[in-house]
Design a protein around this ligand. Structure first.
Ligand code: ATR
Length: 275
């Protein structure tokens, strides 16, 4: 299989490692290459790239939106989300998907199935690009309530309106989210706050957290963000960011190969690699 990644910068991407493990798992040949593209000349470079013999590729920052006009078809949630992270190339046609949100939900459901019930109340922190896919995937799970909190309220309101499943969706400020935190069973940080060098930074205070809650962060470096560390110290269950990365790759690889992957086979190795 000939696979790859387009983006800028991509030299430190973990995707080649992940997909080479998957290629081994299915007994395949070929590889996963990095195709760094310049944002200033992207349109020209991507047109040339279309004539390459490739089975599929991932798309990362800053091209997840810019790839859309070059696709022949846009599939699944990708149109709602307005971003594509996976392209399947078949008979010269490009099919665009977004596997980020589904990757997050699949990984979470596998580790914590007991939290996926109709009475669950979900608090999503953030309203940026990374949050869109997660929100779209969560909105289909039939939770009792989904609340979006963001520093910029207008972005949260825009995000809330992207799906049709809005009857149980609301938007609150960070202050309100902190005050009512005990009402939520699943809390997901999708902001970039935990990535900053000051590791004590976090989007909201967890003072009112229930100890039976599940707290997730999509940041995977550091492995233990301040947010997850505090959640753990308050007795909550925690879900680290690296599993979303692995599972979005698993779903992408399954689209390319048509073969079901067992991502958990490489999870311990992956954990050692990123820590
Ligand atoms: P991404 O595509 O990675 O999600 P993004 O679109 O820039 O990146 O979104 C980053 C998210 O982190 C946003 O929710 C952002 O809040 P705003 O919409 O108010 O900008 C949030 N964020 C980033 N830095 C933050 C900070 N210091 N405090 C609180 N929220 C922050």
């Amino acid at each position: 299989m000939k696979l790859g990644l387009i983006g800028h910068p991509i030299q430190h991407s973990l995707s080649p490692w992940i997909h080479e493990q998957f290629i081994k798992q299915v007994g395949g040949t070929g590889g996963y290459q990095l195709f760094e593209m310049n944002p200033a000349t992207f349109d020209q470079e991507i047109r040339q790239f279309k004539s390459c013999q490739i089975d599929g590729f991932n798309v990362t920052i800053p091209f997840k939106e810019r790839i859309i006009p070059f696709l022949d078809f846009i599939e699944g949630d990708a149109a709602t989300i307005g971003a594509v992270n996976t392209v399947v190339a078949k008979n010269g046609k490009w099919y665009g998907y977004n596997t980020d949100g589904q990757g997050f939900v699949q990984a979470l459901k596998k580790s914590y199935p007991q939290f996926f019930h109709a009475g669950a109340a979900v608090l999503l922190l953030g309203a940026g690009g990374a949050c869109r896919g997660i929100y779209a995937a969560l909105a289909k799970e039939g939770f009792k309530k989904i609340t979006i909190a963001n520093r910029t309220i207008q972005r949260a309101e825009e995000l809330a309106s992207i799906t049709n499943h809005t009857e149980n969706v609301s938007v609150v400020s960070y202050l309100e989210a902190e005050r009512t935190l005990q009402d939520y069973t699943i809390i997901i940080n999708t902001t970039s706050v935990g990535m900053q060098p000051d590791v004590s930074n976090q989007a909201i205070s967890l003072t009112n957290l229930q100890d039976c809650a599940l707290v997730c962060d999509i940041v995977y470096r550091p492995f233990w963000t301040s947010f997850l560390h505090q959640a753990k110290s308050r007795g909550a269950s925690v879900h680290h960011g690296h599993e979303m990365l692995l599972y979005q790759g698993k779903i992408a690889f399954e689209l390319w190969s048509g073969v079901t992957i067992d991502a958990d086979l490489i999870l311990p190795l992956f954990e050692r690699k990123i820590q």
